[in-house]
Unconditional design. Structure first.
Length: 635
């Protein structure tokens, strides 16, 4: 039997018998074999040690490739499971996949894992790596797998096989060394030694078997893993920096907001935090006005009949809150779009009226799982800088292009320069025909091309009613956040009977574009706090300046300076406490005040002030009038 292997460069090599990826890599060069992680066979990833028994197109995947990193992380999960069972006999294993930055594995054990246990487990993992145990793939019939797990007391694995796998199905088993094994689709590295040392266990959490609170509670051990030690170090440094910037910690330090159990996933804004909110809102409101949007306001709750018509009942029911009154069921709105259609439908529109642009700082509620809540980044009650454009298909390109320019300017003004644009395409669960989705997706592609934008496509990640453009911005420590969106929706106008009169006096359906630049106001403010590490730009700072007198004789002048600056539209406070000036300066620096204005007898006599700018060692003395003008122009 002859096997023809086709390489990426088009070259073809024949083999007289099945050949492994490792043998192919060694035949090319020993260096390639050393760096190889897996092999791609007809676009499917295989183990390097798995025999290729048919003609195929192949390419060697080295450790530095994204596909290899997922395999490395999956191997780390298996090594973790083996380490736990060697250290704690009787612990049952369930499942452990790779994640975005690492891996986890779920275990059934009566005694909770401690931090000391994690250290021991990680040490055992490194020992298993040093053993360089061969990782081999075997194919077992379902009944053999079931009998093995039942015999070894792995009841969770046995249940999964019994309930989730057909009797006639074969199962791939991966063995590490001679004793430890697990069922897995693979692929895996050739041996545990190939995993390397770039991994670390980070924490333990609680989960339920198969995600059901009625089932047994398991312990999930999380870890991170990378291809190289340098990548691991860089990630851990980023995590350390992120902890310093945590918006929840900074909110307590700077007295911005708090959250409490009586209102899970909701925010109590303090005066300083609300000042930041107002600065963001008024800025975005100015963008509305310049861009031709009319600001509107819709109800918080509406009868469920409207949500059934809009499609949210069928596609979003589990994420909605409900209430009842006088034998009627209402939904608290999870989004603003059906309300905006009602405002549009309240009048008769001609094609000459289009595009019509509505905007609303709309409060929404979504029934997010409690385990997913995270400060003000993931909440149940939030406000969107929401906008909806009603237009013709021919107007879509111009509207999307204009929105793109607006969004990019907004992100730049808030201090974000690294923005990635992504196009999320049709999900499995959706409204409308494939033809309608083709038109919608192609319309957004055309608009992005017209805007001169490079973009990445995300299959399956669109909204249930239409595709969407997403804006992902990187913060100052390299994390990516999805914020703005532009969504194409021909479905809701159809379902909610929105119309306009065309040139031939015929009734037509408009296209509805859903757009937001900052998205959730709460989340965006959280991102801002972490991006700037609490040291917000002057124009966003809740307190922009503090006037601090050196001696009590200058208190009256300090109050005069403060009043003058407030009249100029600045957010200013005085610090008249009987404390030394150095103490005041240190304390306001801790509060990340952008400008500390120092005044004493000399400044009062000369009607001047001394300005100390955050992060700058030097200070500057100006006349009071000059200082007011200077501060008014700061950004």
């Amino acid at each position: 039997m002859s096997i023809e292997i086709t390489f990426p460069d088009g070259n073809v090599k024949s083999f007289d018998a099945p050949v492994t990826g490792l043998a192919i890599a060694q035949g090319i060069s020993p260096g390639l074999a050393k760096k190889a992680a897996v092999i791609k066979v007809n676009d499917e990833l295989w183990d390097l040690t798995r025999p290729i028994d048919r003609s195929a197109s192949v390419s060697i995947v080295t450790r530095d490739k994204p596909e290899a990193l997922e395999v490395i992380r999956h191997d780390a999960a298996h090594v973790l499971a083996q380490a736990v069972q060697e250290l704690f006999p009787g612990t049952q294993i369930t499942f452990g996949p790779a994640t975005e930055v690492g891996f986890y594995y779920d275990f059934a054990r009566d005694t909770p894992f401690t931090d000391a246990d994690l250290e021991s487990i990680e040490a055992k993992m490194r020992e298993i790596v040093k053993r360089d145990l061969p990782i081999t793939r075997e194919i077992w019939p379902r009944e053999q797998v079931l009998e093995f797990f039942q015999t070894t007391g792995e009841r969770f694995k046995a249940e999964w096989v019994s309930e989730g796998i057909r009797p006639d199905e074969e199962i791939s088993i991966y063995r590490q060394g001679e004793k430890w094994l697990d069922m897995c689709l693979g692929p895996h590295l050739p041996s545990t030694g190939k995993l390397g040392t770039a991994f670390k266990l980070i924490r333990v959490g609680g989960v339920y078997w198969r995600g059901d609170a009625h089932n047994a509670q398991l312990q999930r051990i999380y870890g991170v893993a990378f291809a190289t030690d340098d990548e691991l170090k860089a990630y851990l440094k980023q995590v350390e920096e992120a902890e310093k910037r945590d918006h929840r910690k900074l909110a307590r330090q700077l007295d911005l907001f708090h959250q409490q159990e009586e209102a899970p996933g909701m925010v109590f804004w303090h005066p300083k935090g609300w000042a930041i909110w107002q600065a963001v809102e008024q800025y975005v409101r100015g963008v509305y006005r310049k861009s031709g949007y009319q600001e509107v306001r819709g109800p918080q709750i509406m009868d469920v009949s409207l949500w059934k018509k809009s499609g949210h009942w069928d596609n979003y029911h589990d994420n909605m809150f409900f209430t009842e009154s006088e034998k009627r069921t209402y939904a608290i709105k999870p989004m603003n779009c059906p309300g905006h259609v009602q405002i549009y439908n309240a009048g008769l529109h001609s094609y000459r009226d289009l595009p019509i642009r509505y905007a609303e700082f709309g409060g929404c509620h979504r029934n997010e799982p409690s385990g997913a809540l995270h400060g003000i980044m993931r909440v149940r009650a939030f406000t969107q800088d929401d906008g909806h454009i009603f237009c013709t298909l021919e107007q879509v390109e111009g509207e999307v292009t204009a929105f793109h320019q607006q969004a990019m300017q907004v992100y730049q003004d808030f201090g974000f320069d690294d923005i990635a644009v992504k196009l999320a395409l049709r999900p499995d669960k959706r409204l409308g025909s494939d033809e309608a989705w083709d038109r919608a997706e192609n319309a957004l592609r055309a608009a992005l091309r017209a805007a001169g934008v490079a973009w990445e496509e995300l299959p399956g990640e669109g909204a249930f009613y239409g595709p969407k453009i997403e804006y992902h911005m990187k913060d100052s420590i390299g994390r990516s956040w999805q914020v703005g969106t532009m969504q194409f929706d021909p479905m809701m106008p159809e379902r909610l009977n929105a119309e306009y009169i065309d040139e031939q006096s015929q009734r037509q359906r408009p296209i509805m574009l859903h757009r937001a630049i900052v998205g959730s106001m709460e989340r965006f403010i959280g991102i801002l706090i972490e991006h700037h590490a609490g040291s917000l730009p002057f124009w966003l700072s809740p307190v922009q300046a503090v006037v601090a007198p050196i001696v009590s004789d200058a208190d009256g002048y300090a109050e005069e300076v403060c009043a003058l600056l407030k009249d100029a539209g600045l957010r200013v406070e005085t610090d008249l406490r009987n404390e030394k000036i150095n103490y005041k300066i240190r304390e306001h620096a801790t509060q990340k005040i952008p400008v500390i204005i120092v005044v004493g007898r000399k400044e009062a006599e000369q009607r001047s002030v001394t300005l100390r700018f955050r992060g700058v060692d030097a200070q500057e003395t100006l006349s009071l009038d000059e200082a007011v003008q200077r501060l008014k122009t700061l950004r």
